[in-house]
Design a protein around this ligand. Structure first.
Ligand code: DC
Length: 238
């Protein structure tokens, strides 16, 4: 029997849409008995709250007020997607096209980011307080949320490959339209004034275009071993 391994500390996984962040981060966390935080799901829940309040996602002051009134909770079990907006499970609704269109402008509002980054840091510190580990995915984890994370990875892939993955995931046939939407969102996320998406200076950049999920998870695992972040789980036996 293989000895069970456990992650200690934070692995930050950033990158644009369709690079496989969620699948890889979730899989890595599950294999190491660690927690998992999908920060994009939090911004999506905030965007849904804005839409439900009847607020224009481009009206930043009203957006900030609407999000401040939202109660967002997110689970950290890598095997269970759980995102609550005002107590209601919205895990499915936040993946729909209306939220996907609204989320970039909502996440560009600095007051929204302040609120959610503070909440993300609380979740991360709780997960790591007793020597535990957490894999956190997003756009600004290595640069803003946990700038001292011991392992930061920035995943990339060609726009064509990213669009193909998203289209397959969402069951959409028009890959060209998905590609346009993905590129539009990336442009917005990378050019906003507050915490734009970018690789931290000390992040390991990994092009996933030609890699499958196992290969990417394997690479992240090797990097975590090299940084001394993986220990044998308490009570594990051979
Ligand atoms: O990972 P995702 O596609 O679910 O993220 C949705 C949006 O949320 C993305 O377009 C940008 C924003 N986001 C962000 O600004 N910062 C993060 N840490 C995570 C996501």
């Amino acid at each position: 029997m293989r000895q069970a391994e456990a992650l200690r500390g934070v692995v930050a996984v950033d990158g644009p849409a369709g690079t496989g962040k969620s699948t890889v981060a979730r899989r890595l966390a599950a294999s190491l008995g660690a927690r998992y935080l999908d920060t994009g799901a939090m911004y999506r829940a905030a965007a849904l709250g804005v839409l439900r309040a009847g607020v224009d996602p481009a009206a930043s002051t009203a957006v900030a007020e609407a999000v401040a009134r939202c109660h967002i909770e997110v689970g950290t079990d890598p095997d269970v997607s759980c995102v609550l907006l005002d107590g209601e499970d919205v895990s499915r609704e936040i993946r729909g096209p209306a939220v996907t269109r609204a989320v970039s402008p909502v996440s560009a509002v600095s007051q929204v980011r302040e609120l959610l980054v503070a909440q993300q840091r609380r979740i991360i510190s709780e997960a790591t307080s007793a020597g535990g580990g957490i894999v956190v995915e997003g756009r600004d984890i290595g640069t803003v949320v946990v700038p001292d994370a011991p392992l930061k990875v920035f995943l990339t892939a060609t726009a064509t490959q990213r669009a193909a993955r998203r289209a397959a995931q969402d069951g959409v046939d028009d890959v060209a339209e998905v590609r346009r939407a993905v590129e539009r969102r990336d442009r917005f996320d990378a050019n906003r004034a507050t915490s734009p998406m970018c690789a931290a200076a000390d992040a390991v950049e990994l092009d996933t275009t030609a890699l499958d999920v196992d290969a990417v998870v394997g690479t992240l695992h090797e990097l975590a071993v090299a940084r001394g972040l993986i220990v044998l789980a308490a009570g594990s036996r051979t």
